[in-house]
Design a protein around this ligand. Structure first.
Ligand code: CAA
Length: 381
């Protein structure tokens, strides 16, 4: 349900204040400690950020896609680690339940996800199944009214805090591709689940990814999400939505970096004048602004189409492809404008440069987005 304009503006102002006053001052500490403080997570809960996309009847704010991406434009303007805390509940961890859950599944999980009491993770990727997600091997064998799950998932965001996994597993070992895959809701407390230690990463310290190992994990058949064999489509539709969300975060980070670069260029003097006076610096600033503006327009257009019930698989890929590559270029130019200072940790610019690199990889690499776009073009044109 769409909010009225005033309520939406209040929410955006609140998130902007939260980012400026609570997140930005501790960005360096979060990276050093590799942890978002508990009190910040508690504030995110009380602001309702965990439930942005969960329908109101299940305790969330029930934002439309357009409203959600506007919130992400704001929340994106700080270290992506903060967004990652709520990211799986708002997006890939919860949306399978929102879109495909039974009434009972929704009532059981969505209120807890919306409040942030429970963290959800999306378990698709495996050691041997990254871009080729349909080749996944984790097995869910049916025995009467139960399934037994075995196998390993990899790079699972928020797995170390998760109390629930949206899991994609192979229920039909005879079918090798997408059609043998089924989705499940798996409570993380089920015996046989172990979560590996968080990986050491290039950036986004404070956001965590881990392996999740399932060993003879027995779950009731009611934990199945959708029909047998439909799990790959569940994952793809969740990702269509997630790619718009991530694109909006890319725009937010780009806006932050443009502001930082502009301020620095205005105050840093060389050759007797602020470097902002030099046309080669102006060219970089103008390129950043142009590309961020283009990405913002793409995100809003694709989100509006999705809200209108239009299939945006291709637009979501176009947007994710452009926005994630765009923020990489913006971060690179920001380092360049800061010069030596851009390479020094205290200024934080090099941290963003590392943080944004993953946007071109997770929720589908740029190459997978190209493939999806081209396939859709060939199908329709
Ligand atoms: N919506 C609905 N159905 C879809 C769909 C979509 N967006 N995309 C594909 N499908 C359907 C197809 O129509 C097809 O159905 P039929 O067999 O009935 O025709 C079926 O799914 C199989 O599709 P494809 O033949 O296109 O499958 P493929 O194996 O050739 O390729 C792919 C699919 C696009 C490459 C896909 O595997 C993909 O997106 N890969 C990237 C995976 C990815 O993004 N992983 C990110 C993991 S999450 C993450 O990164 C976050 C984190 O926590 C770290």
């Amino acid at each position: 349900m769409a909010l009225d304009a005033e309520t939406l503006q209040q929410l955006l102002d609140t998130v902007r204040r939260f980012v400026t006053e609570r997140c930005v001052p501790i960005e360096g500490k979060v990276a050093d400690d590799d942890k978002v403080p508990d009190e910040i997570i508690a504030e995110m809960r009380s602001l309702g950020l965990f439930g942005l996309s969960v329908p109101e009847e299940y305790g969330g704010l029930g934002l439309s896609m357009t409203e959600e991406v506007k919130v992400m434009f704001e929340l994106g303007q700080t270290s992506p680690a903060f967004r990652s805390v709520i990211g799986t509940n708002v997006g890939i961890g919860s949306q399978g339940v929102v879109m495909f859950g039974t009434e009972q599944q929704k009532r059981e999980w969505l209120p807890k996800l919306a409040s942030g009491e429970v963290t959800a993770s999306f378990a698709l990727t495996e050691p041997g199944a990254g871009s080729d997600a349909a080749s996944l091997k984790v097995q869910a064998r049916r025995y009467g009214d139960h399934y037994v799950i075995n196998g390993t998932k990899r790079y699972i965001t928020n797995a170390n805090r998760a109390r629930m996994f949206t899991l994609m597993a192979r229920t039909d070992p005879g079918k090798r591709g997408a059609s043998g895959v089924t989705a499940f809701i798996v409570p993380a407390t089920t015996p046989g689940i172990s979560v590996g230690r968080p990986e050491r990463k290039m950036g986004q310290q404070g956001a965590h990814i881990s392996d999740v190992v399932f060993q003879d994990v027995r779950i009731p058949a009611e934990c199945r999400l959708g029909e047998e064999g439909e799990g790959f489509k569940v994952a793809m539709q969740v990702l269509d939505r997630g790619r718009l969300h991530i694109s909006a975060v890319c725009v937010g980070v780009a806006e932050r970096l443009i502001r930082e670069a502009l301020n620095y260029a205005r105050t840093r003097e060389q050759f007797g004048q602020p470097i902002a006076e030099f046309q080669l610096i102006q060219g970089m600033l103008a390129d950043c602004r142009t590309e961020a503006y283009a990405a913002r327009c793409m995100v809003l257009d694709a989100a509006a189409k999705r809200d209108a019930g239009i299939n945006v698989t291709m637009e979501a890929s176009c947007t994710k492809y452009f926005a994630s590559e765009m923020v990489g270029r913006v971060a690179d130019r920001a380092v360049q404008i800061f010069g030596g200072a851009g390479y020094i940790a205290d200024y934080g610019i090099e941290r963003f440069y590392r943080d944004v690199r993953i946007f071109r990889i997770y929720e589908g690499t740029s190459q997978i987005q190209q493939l999806v776009i081209a396939r859709n073009m060939l199908k329709s044109d």
